[in-house]
Design a protein around this ligand. Structure first.
Ligand code: NAD
Length: 473
């Protein structure tokens, strides 16, 4: 759906008017385009004491070919940076009149093990934030607090969350800020996530905390097979439910663009739209109601011969009513389609060995499932259940190298949100750090990152795609 306010305030007249009236001016977000380079410009790198992830950062900088400046005043001394192969140079902070020299700010906080050592965060971002360009990227790296050896280290690492989330809210201008906790031994698995968070693919993902876990003990299947960054899903088969339109059609399209063969499922009434979407992607269309009792067996039978590597549970409905006015059948239909059907389908596919080892399962939740929402007891129950499911299933799938995660979209411009009353829709659009709704492709790109062969260390997690919504943490 069209956001006419965003379009207007980004026109010459609208921009002047917004400035003189002091109205918010949401940035036009830079999104991935196949014909534009993903990375470029200068990345400033800072660090706290004894940073442990500089090798991972050096590999990344070399692999994506950006220029890095190791920032001396933030504790990353030139000899240390040089030892890790990072380019060093004197970085002059831009004055407020000339912002925009930097494409990204990266900070290695992994060695901070006491709250008295947090000062370099201030030093680095105080000096550099104003120089970060529109739609710039901030990534802070740390160690998962629960893996820390002492309560003091746990405290200091946990403190990074509040810092990063606040930066996301302060930075504005389409800038995102995310925190990546890297477990000891998982350093080699960080590149896929850093690429995602530094690229335009994560345009609407901000204020998130992601843990990269070690895949030791997850079986040989967890090791990422060789892949091409341009088509990392080549040779993989992906099932996407609710693929006829909206977010599901976009997921299908992004996974296909990454090289996967997509099998799209939607209700028989949406057959024409599904066929059209799948034809455009050289995919396969299956017209099933996922909530029908026979659906799991039918889907398993349709996939049996070749199996599947990626399962995306996207199909979902809303039937909003306050609980006093909600009938039992309305309650049950939402729980059944949004939650129980996912469980039944996964059970059938896993029991029959149709999901291949090293596979990826991704459920589409919602920020309503995190924060709750008026008139959505049924929907929020189902979406919170999706989160519980990925957390509960992750340890069971680990031995087979299968990861299971959820994405929780905020306000995304689709037919589902187009049906909302005007005032609720406008509130949903603006109540986030980006002051705008997301696009289906923002959810799709996040799913593609979780489905990536290099994302083996991410499991049992929830990533919100909400422009850092003010609702729900
Ligand atoms: P949408 O209504 O545009 O599309 C949903 C698709 O699912 C439709 O094609 C529909 O036919 C299909 N579907 C519904 N019931 C089905 C069934 N029983 N069997 C097979 N297919 C079925 O919705 P959307 O906005 O694209 O949402 C997609 C997912 O994202 C949903 O799970 C939704 O809850 C979630 N979500 C959306 C938003 C948003 O702002 N749009 C926010 C949070 C979460």
């Amino acid at each position: 759906m069209n956001d006419s306010y965003l379009n207007f305030v980004n026109s010459p007249l609208g921009a002047r008017l917004a400035r003189s009236l002091g109205l918010p001016k949401p940035e036009v977000l830079r999104r991935h385009r196949a014909d534009e380079p993903e990375f470029g410009g200068v990345v400033a790198i800072g660090a706290g004491r004894e940073p442990q992830l500089l090798d991972a950062l050096a590999n990344l900088v070399a692999s994506i070919g950006v220029t890095s400046v190791a920032h001396e005043s933030a504790g990353l001394w030139v000899p240390l940076a040089t030892r890790h192969g990072l380019m060093t140079g004197r970085f002059e902070p831009a004055d407020s009149g000339s912002p925009g020299r930097l494409a990204a700010l990266l900070f290695d906080a992994s060695g901070i093990d006491d709250s008295s050592q947090l000062e370099p965060l201030h030093g680095f971002f105080h000096d550099t934030l104003r120089s970060l360009g529109k739609c710039g990227r901030i990534v802070v790296l740390g160690r998962p607090p629960e893996s820390c050896a002492s309560p003091r280290q746990w405290t200091a690492q946990r403190a990074l969350e509040g810092f990063t989330r606040s930066l996301g809210k302060e930075a504005r201008r389409g800038i995102t800020a995310n925190l990546v906790y890297v477990e000891h031994g998982a350093e080699s698995g960080v590149e896929t996530s850093l690429r995602f968070f530094l690229s335009p693919r994560s345009a609407y993902v901000s204020g998130q905390v992601v843990r990269i876990g070690s895949t030791a003990g997850a079986g040989p299947q967890a090791a990422a097979p060789a892949f091409d960054w341009k088509a990392p899903l080549a040779g993989r088969r992906a099932v996407v439910t609710g693929a006829a339109r909206g977010i599901g059609a976009s997921i299908a399209s992004v996974l296909a663009a990454e090289g996967a063969h997509v099998i799209g499922i939607d209700i028989p009434a949406a057959r024409d739209a599904l066929d059209l979407t799948m034809r455009q992607l050289n995919g396969t269309a299956l017209a099933f109601d996922i909530a029908a009792p026979e659906a799991p067996a039918q889907i398993a039978a349709a996939l049996d011969e070749q199996g599947v590597d990626i399962v995306v549970h996207n199909a979902g409905i809303t039937r909003d009513k306050t609980i006093a006015k909600m009938t039992a059948s309305v309650w049950q239909s939402v729980i059944d389609i949004n939650l129980c059907a996912q469980e039944r389908i996964d059970d059938a596919l896993l029991a029959a060995g149709i999901v291949r080892d090293g596979g990826r399962i991704i459920g589409v939740s919602s920020i309503s499932g995190i924060a709750g929402n008026l008139g959505q007891t049924n929907y929020a129950t189902s979406k919170a259940g999706v989160i519980g499911r990925v957390q509960g299933m992750a340890p069971h799938l680990r031995a087979r190298g299968i990861t299971i995660n959820a994405v929780a979209p905020g306000f995304i411009e689709t037919q589902m949100t187009a049906r909302m009353p005007f005032t609720l829709r406008e509130a949903g659009r603006r109540m986030n750090a980006m002051s705008q709704g997301g696009q289906p492709v923002d959810v799709a790109q996040t799913i593609a990152w979780l489905a990536h062969p290099g994302s083996a260390g991410i499991t049992g997690q929830v990533v919100r795609v909400c422009g850092q919504s003010l609702i729900g943490a």
